[in-house]
Design a protein around this ligand. Structure first.
Ligand code: SF4
Length: 277
């Protein structure tokens, strides 16, 4: 697995003093005043485990859930730590590297950096992978909303083995668009599809997840599937297990319609997507 140079780690650490890892571009000095994600200079880990819920190619995965997120999705099932960036425990990169190697010895086939979102934690992730060094033989997976900047992708390039972006919302623009209205991510479609295109064109392995949401077949699912169909090298994981958390009200409190699931699966087949489970 690729190493992480000291220069790359130093470039990542600079974001703790002027953070532009996501398009909110807070420029936060994270030791003094956390940015919009409220992640400070210390990365907290909500949980880590050998996880059987990831895609077949990745599991069992060593899933590492970081606290804090760059999005504010109303229907987040991980709100207890995604919106509480100091939830969990703070460990050193060396300690987490040790746990990765332990999980590898226990049978993990990948190490997945998840959240919340892992973007604010890129400096910590790079230091962790550097500490694990060549003893890590399983691929590093970046499982993210992919609301990233070019600077963030530059830091990940050649270090991450598999990208697992979540293309959740469709292309409608402005405050009424789903990405901004429901996820708090302005300019969502341009940013996220642009980031996916960049890693796709670089030739790496990219598995795009799309979660079906109640009432969002026409505005989100259909345009997402058509966009994916134009990029035949992408693998696609269509998630149909949406369950509204109890705190959710309004459109996303409903269960997913069985008809919508059938329609989405049929469209994915018709478009010839490379579906994986
Ligand atoms: S990762 Fe957090 S601190 Fe950095 S630019 Fe995004 S919201 Fe701001």
């Amino acid at each position: 697995m690729a190493g992480v140079s000291e220069a790359r780690q130093a470039a990542a650490q600079r974001h703790l003093a002027d953070c532009t890892l996501c398009p909110h571009r807070c420029g936060a000095v994270r030791a003094e005043a956390a940015g919009r994600c409220r992640v400070g200079p210390v990365s907290y880990i909500a949980s880590e485990m050998l996880h059987l819920g990831e895609e077949r190619a990745l599991r069992p995965a060593h899933a590492i859930f970081f606290s804090g997120c760059t999005a504010t999705c109303h229907f987040c099932t991980a709100a207890r730590f995604a919106f509480h960036p100091t939830y969990g425990v703070a460990v050193t990169p060396e300690q987490l590297a040790g746990r990765i190697l332990q999980r590898q010895a226990e049978g993990a086939r990948s190490v997945c950096f998840i959240g919340g979102d892992p973007a604010p934690h890129i400096p910590f992730i790079l230091s962790t992978l550097a500490a694990a060094g060549a003893r890590r033989t399983i691929p590093a997976v970046f499982n993210s909303n992919f609301y990233l900047t070019a600077e963030a992708l530059d830091l990940l390039d050649g270090v991450i083995d598999i990208y697992l972006p979540d293309l959740k919302f469709g292309p409608a623009l402005g405050p009424g668009g789903c990405g901004e209205r429901l996820g708090g991510m302005p300019d969502y479609w341009r940013v996220v599809t642009g980031c996916i295109d960049r890693v796709y064109q670089a030739g790496g392995r990219v598995i795009v997840r799309h979660l079906l949401m109640p009432g969002h077949l026409a505005c989100c699912t259909e345009p997402v599937l058509r966009w994916l169909a134009a990029r035949p090298g992408l693998e696609v994981s269509l998630l149909t297990q949406y369950l509204a958390p109890r705190h959710v009200r309004g459109e996303l409190a409903a269960p997913l319609a069985a008809d919508d699931v059938v329609t989405a699966q049929s469209l994915a087949q018709e478009l010839g997507l490379r579906l994986i489970e």
